[in-house]
Design a protein around this ligand. Structure first.
Ligand code: GRF
Length: 215
């Protein structure tokens, strides 16, 4: 079967992008990473993706700090469509996507968040969890909708908070969990094995060729 085409949108370090690109290189992975886009010219993710043989582009994010204005959003959508992208994966992308973007890729945009949603949305989720004193935090992969860190949840992995943890050591272990569950969620998605029922995402046992990455 033909592989789905993925784009990764990232603003910084790019460790999740690297995990996704590496997973996609295995022969039985149902998708390939066609493109990495960044709103940050200096983002390490651009170089890392190129070193792994993936096309990586900086795109002008326009005048606003936390989102793309409509004209800019249109140019990002165009870049994705020109590269025949089926699914968009946010991996440390520091801007909210608006409805026009999400409507161009309905139920085809995923995000990774470093906490067990719906707890600790927003920035510095690992620090928020550590300060709150939870015994477990973790990582979540979810569909993106127009509210912050709130779409239907695909996979989560809990991470125990240890007595000697600092926010950084907790974040490091959460990151390891992120690198496990993000490729796994993408695999399920591209195999057509995710069915959204309200807020709940059902994981089908069998590969579903009818739902697998048709346009
Ligand atoms: C990750 O912790 C991710 O969950 C959050 O931003 C961070 C990005 O890290 N959304 P990296 O750029 O993938 O290394």
């Amino acid at each position: 079967m033909q592989k789905a085409k993925l784009a990764i949108l990232a603003s910084g370090r790019g460790s999740n992008a690297v995990a996704l690109i590496q997973a996609s290189k295995s022969a039985d992975f149902p998708a390939e990473v066609a493109l990495v886009l960044s709103d940050n010219r200096d983002a390490p993710v651009l170089k890392k993706a190129e070193e792994l043989g993936v096309k990586a582009l900086y795109l002008d994010p326009g005048p606003k700090r936390s989102y793309l204005i409509p004209e800019v959003e249109a140019s990002w959508i165009q870049a994705l469509q020109e590269n025949d992208v089926d699914y968009v994966l946010l991996a440390g992308f520091m801007r909210l996507l608006k409805r026009t973007f999400l409507e161009a890729f309905p139920l085809r945009v995923l995000n990774i968040h470093p906490a067990l949603l719906p707890s600790f949305r927003g920035l510095d989720a690992q620090q928020q969890a550590w300060e709150y004193g939870v015994r477990y935090s973790g990582a979540t992969v979810h569909f993106v909708d127009s509210s912050l860190d709130a779409g239907p949840i695909i996979l989560q992995e809990p991470v125990k908070v240890l007595p000697d943890d600092t926010p950084q050591s907790l974040a490091d272990r959460i990151l390891e969990a992120e690198h496990r569950i993000y490729p796994e969620a993408v695999r399920l998605l591209c195999q057509g094995r995710l069915r959204i029922e309200g807020r709940r995402v059902k994981i089908l046992r069998e590969w579903n060729s009818k739902e697998a990455h048709g346009k």
